[in-house]
Design a protein around this ligand. Structure first.
Ligand SMILES: C[S@@+](CC[C@H](N)C(=O)[O-])C[C@H]1O[C@@H](n2cnc3c(N)ncnc32)[C@H](O)[C@@H]1O
Length: 262
């Protein structure tokens, strides 16, 4: 009887640590939050449930979002990530900054680097004017498959071209393959070491015009210092930082909006 009580008490303590104590302790520290949510918890849940985080996120969309209603898809993902499982979407807080940049620019052609499960893709596409298009690149085929289903659930297939492959491979093919002349907006949210080389690639491929905007996520956490230095010092850009928080935490992160001056 006493042994059983010990067991139950131990399990309750472990659950409380996992569910509340550790998440609360790491939420002000970006590096620890990423280590906890993105490595430890994800691996543990993948093993326990024999599924992947993107599959569980898709399940939450199918259960809680209304087909054909992009905002309900965004809401279902945010609720899943705030209350069940953190995931590396731009998130609700920085998502509002993304929304305001998209609405202000009213872009005809948008490129997104890093689709993951399609959260930001849905946010951007739902705000685009008629006839505008969003091309989104994702090199992980498992993520791309999930994103395809999330986009379909939101009813936005007509506005979005999801391309499987790497930015280095596809940026040089943008003009010939997709008939892109110039990009009005590039949302950079792939691996942070790729921000700078891909910016230079976009310039070299002649995809930026005077007034094109680069909007880069996670410039503080995990951070992209070489990219920030480049856009802030180059006379070819006018750059501005939007302070916010790492998705679904209270640790500082932000978006850098850089207008190409030609
Ligand atoms: C932070 S997640 C993107 C989150 C997404 N933009 C959102 O807010 O919902 C980064 C994604 O970029 C993808 N990725 C990283 N480097 C890439 C590259 N060079 N080309 C294409 N995809 C890349 C990763 O597989 C990952 O799914």
């Amino acid at each position: 009887m006493l042994g059983c009580l010990h067991c139950t008490g131990g399990a309750a303590l472990l659950y409380a640590l996992y569910r509340w104590v550790i998440p609360a302790a790491v939420q002000y520290h970006g590096g620890l939050a990423l280590l906890w949510h993105d490595i430890i918890v994800e691996r543990m849940l993948d093993t326990l449930t024999q599924s992947t985080r993107p599959q569980r996120l898709l399940g939450a969309v199918q259960k809680n979002a209304t087909r054909g209603d992009p905002r309900s898809v965004v809401k279902a993902i945010d609720e899943f990530c705030r209350h069940k499982e953190w995931a590396m979407n731009v998130g609700d807080e920085k998502g509002c900054i993304l929304d305001s940049v998209v609405s202000e620019l009213n872009p005809a052609t948008v490129l997104e680097l890093g689709t993951y499960c399609g959260y930001s893709t849905v946010r951007i596409a739902s705000l685009l004017p008629p006839h505008a298009k969003l091309i989104t690149l994702e090199f992980n085929p498992d993520y791309a498959k999930i994103a395809c289903q999330v986009i379909a659930w939101a009813g936005l297939e007509d506005k979005i071209q999801l391309v499987e492959g790497s930015s280095a491979e596809w940026i040089p093919k943008m003009k010939e393959h997709f008939g892109v002349k110039m990009l009005d907006l590039v949302f950079m949210d792939h691996w942070k070491d790729d921000y700078l080389p891909d910016t230079k690639l976009l310039e070299d491929c002649g995809l930026l015009r005077k007034g094109s905007v680069l909007l880069a996520d996670n410039v503080i956490c995990p951070g992209s210092p070489d990219y920030l230095k480049y856009v802030r010092r180059s006379p070819r850009y006018k750059s501005q930082y939007f302070r916010s928080h790492l998705e679904y935490t209270k640790a500082e992160d932000g978006l850098e909006k850089s207008v190409f001056l030609g």
